[in-house]
Structures are given as structure tokens and as C-alpha cells.
Write a protein that binds this ligand. Structure first.
Ligand code: 5GP
Length: 188
């Protein structure tokens, strides 16, 4: 039986990554979403166990100590991590897994699974991204400035990704990503 593949999506928030992940798992048979653990607060509309496993910092740190994570990172002062068990169980069953994780996590995954496909999602421009973040009204202006600085820093590592996609038109990006992911999953 063919083993499952790991598909990693990274990119600044405000690029539509969450929507892209939702659409991809709906459209690509044999692909499931990796539910990360995090210590950040739950947001309105999110469900524990569907969007994330929301953990207290002490629980998260215990899992780090017990080596339960495939990768973990501190992103904007909160912990985020991918649990090893569901990943290995799915891959062994021939099911591919989609991860929405930051660049630090993506590079850790690539080091452990060199065959993982790393895809970076970019906004049409940094100015457009700043506009989207302001429009979303989720972050303060200071937090937005911090995110923008972080993105400029991350751009240096983009060449480590297998593919870079500019999300200008969500419908087109979904179609394009769907084609890439399907072909990668079905490749030997
Ligand atoms: P948010 O809090 O907006 O859901 O996510 C913030 C950032 O954390 C995003 O860039 C997202 O990709 C990243 N992230 C989510 N889950 C994980 C994870 O398990 N590991 C790592 N390294 N990053 C994650």
C-alpha cells in the first residue's frame, strides 16, 4: 500500500491559509487536516478538537517533555505543536495529512520527513496584507506592525519551500493547490 504524504502550508496570517486548508480537505480524497495543539485562547467560532486542541501551558510543556510532538514552536508568544501520533497513524494507513504550521515548524518537519511537500502562501503584496489585517480587526495596530516585521524576516527562508503560491484570487488558488496536492499525493 502507498504511504500517505505530508503537505505543509505556511504563510503569514491574512493570506487565506485557513480557508485554503478547509477547501483542500473537502476536495482532495485521502487528505485530512492535522489538528495542532496550542496554548493560545480560543477565538469565537472555533471548536476545541476541530480547529485546535486548546491546552494550558503546563499541559503543552508536559507533552514537549514526553516527546509527543513531531514539531513545536513559539509563535507570537504562544506555543503551537503538531502531535506525532495522529500523523504517523494516518501515514501508515495511506492517508495524507495537511499541516497549517509556521515556518519554524515546517522546516522541522522537512528535516524529519524530507519527502514532505512545503508550500508557502503569499499575499499579492505586503501592502495588501497590511490592509487585510487591518480590515479583519483582530489585531491591534502594534500587533499588525509586529506581524509585518516577522513576515519580512521569514521571506529569507522562502527558498527552502518546494512551492510558492500567491493567493490573489481564492477560487483560482484553491483549484491550483488542489491540482498540485492531488498530483503529489498520487505520485510514488
Ligand atoms: P493562529 O493563531 O492564527 O491560528 O495561527 C498562528 C500561526 O501559528 C500560523 O502561522 C499557523 O500556521 C501557526 N501554527 C498553527 N499550528 C501550528 C503548529 O502545530 N506548529 C507550528 N509550528 N505552527 C503552527
Amino acid at each position: 500500500m502507498k504511504k500517505g504524504k505530508l503537505i505543509v502550508l505556511s504563510g503569514p496570517s491574512g493570506t487565506g491559509k485557513t480557508t485554503l486548508c478547509r477547501e483542500l480537505v473537502k476536495r482532495v480524497p485521502g487528505l485530512v487536516f492535522s489538528i495542532s495543539a496550542t496554548t493560545r485562547d480560543i477565538r469565537p467560532g472555533e471548536i476545541n478538537g476541530r480547529d485546535y486542541y486548546f491546552l494550558a501551558a503546563a499541559e503543552f510543556k508536559k507533552k514537549i517533555k514526553d516527546r509527543e510532538f513531531l514539531e513545536w514552536a513559539k509563535v507570537y508568544d504562544q506555543f503551537y505543536g503538531t502531535l506525532k501520533k495522529p500523523i504517523t497513524a494516518n501515514l501508515a494507513k495511506g492517508i495524507s495529512v495537511l499541516l497549517d504550521i509556521d515556518m519554524q515548524g515546517a522546516l522541522q518537519v522537512k528535516a524529519k520527513f524530507p519527502q514532505a511537500i512545503l508550500i508557502f502562501i503569499l499575499p499579492p503584496s505586503l501592502e495588501e496584507l497590511r490592509r487585510r489585517l487591518i480590515q479583519r480587526k483582530r489585531d491591534s495596530l502594534a500587533a499588525i506592525a509586529r506581524r509585518m516585521k516577522q513576515i519580512e524576516e521569514e521571506m529569507k527562508y522562502i527558498p527552502r519551500y518546494d512551492q510558492v503560491i500567491i493567493n490573489k484570487d481564492l477560487v483560482k488558488t484553491v483549484k491550483y493547490l488542489q491540482a498540485i496536492v492531488k498530483s503529489r499525493i498520487n505520485a510514488e
